[in-house]
Design a protein around this ligand. Structure first.
Ligand code: ATP
Length: 284
């Protein structure tokens, strides 16, 4: 505990670049160029060091979040196949205590899930106060995959933007801080990652034939992501577009947004009263 307190006071180097939330109502550019390593983050060694600092800082902040039980944090990760959702979870939260993290993956809805409204399974996975909830895919699939693969009429998925905004607003009014990240990879990078994946016997189990169907619909997904981000980046639940061709850049930028946001919550360890402290004398 004492060590954690000392470390949390260590001065962080000035971040070389930070991500800004997408301004509500803005159509973001999602070209291949936007996925590349930003020039401000060209120094790989400095970036690795900055990432290590941020990961450690996030761990300390998470301890406070967990101890205080005043806020919940919900991290939504969206991105195309091989954009690095799994890698982001593994690296960004490396300094956090798994006890305080709840990871949920959302695949094709089951029959039971489909018999409910689309937010039913999502709401059930929202973290309680004290926890960081991480969504590997999310309710946004219901305006992305559902739209592009034509799984529901336009009237149905179009109505969902307002429903999502209202749902997220309700959550934030109930103590949940929401951060949404679109991990933006270029077409070329995705191709390389697919090939690497297939060539690696420890990775090729991750490959699904359906990944290629989605790749063929690249343009339709771009349009769907642009509209989802445009309509649902709100003051209370902002979207961040992460240039994700470089894994270190991706991890650094996501971690930095998280530490910055958690610092803004002014998390404190609960104060222990005198009566409890007096029990020290009774420890035999
Ligand atoms: P990933 O592709 O996320 O690494 P995976 O290959 O293991 O994961 P699953 O997690 O089983 O696959 O499912 C992911 C798939 O489920 C994606 O193709 C996604 O588009 C699809 N999916 C998720 N939510 C929905 C939804 N609400 N409606 C239709 N398809 C969905």
């Amino acid at each position: 505990m004492a060590v954690a307190r000392v470390q949390s006071r260590v001065r962080m180097p000035k971040p070389p670049m930070i991500l800004k939330p997408v301004r509500p109502g803005t159509v973001v550019s999602l070209t291949d160029r936007d996925a590349r390593r930003p020039p401000a983050l060209h120094d790989r060694d400095a970036l690795k060091q900055a990432l290590a600092h941020e990961v450690e800082a996030l761990g300390h902040l998470q301890e406070r979040l967990f101890a205080g039980k005043q806020h919940a944090v919900l991290v939504v990760l969206q991105g195309r196949d091989a954009s690095g959702k799994d890698g982001t979870i593994k690296n960004v939260f490396d300094g956090c205590n798994p006890l305080g993290c709840r990871i949920s993956s959302f695949g094709v809805p089951t029959e039971l899930e489909r018999s409910h409204d689309f937010l039913w399974r999502i709401h059930a996975a929202v973290p309680p106060r004290g926890y960081i909830g991480i969504f590997n895919r999310s309710h946004y699939e219901d305006v992305l995959a559902v739209r592009v693969r034509k799984l529901a009429p336009a009237k149905v998925w179009k109505a969902r933007f307002d429903q999502i905004n209202a749902f997220e607003r309700m959550l934030t009014m109930n103590g949940v801080t929401i951060l949404k990240f679109f991990l933006h990879v270029s077409r070329e990078e995705q191709k390389e990652r697919f090939i690497d994946r297939l060539e690696d016997p420890e990775e090729n189990w991750k490959f699904r034939a359906g990944d290629l169907d989605d790749r063929r619909m690249w343009g339709a997904y771009t349009k769907a992501y642009q509209e989802a981000i445009w309509r649902c980046s709100t003051a209370w639940a902002p979207w961040y577009v992460v240039p994700a061709d470089s894994k270190t850049v991706r991890n650094y930028l996501v971690t930095e947004v998280m530490t910055r946001t958690l610092k803004g919550l002014r998390l404190r360890f609960p104060r222990v009263g005198r009566k409890v402290m007096a029990l020290k004398a009774k420890i035999v």
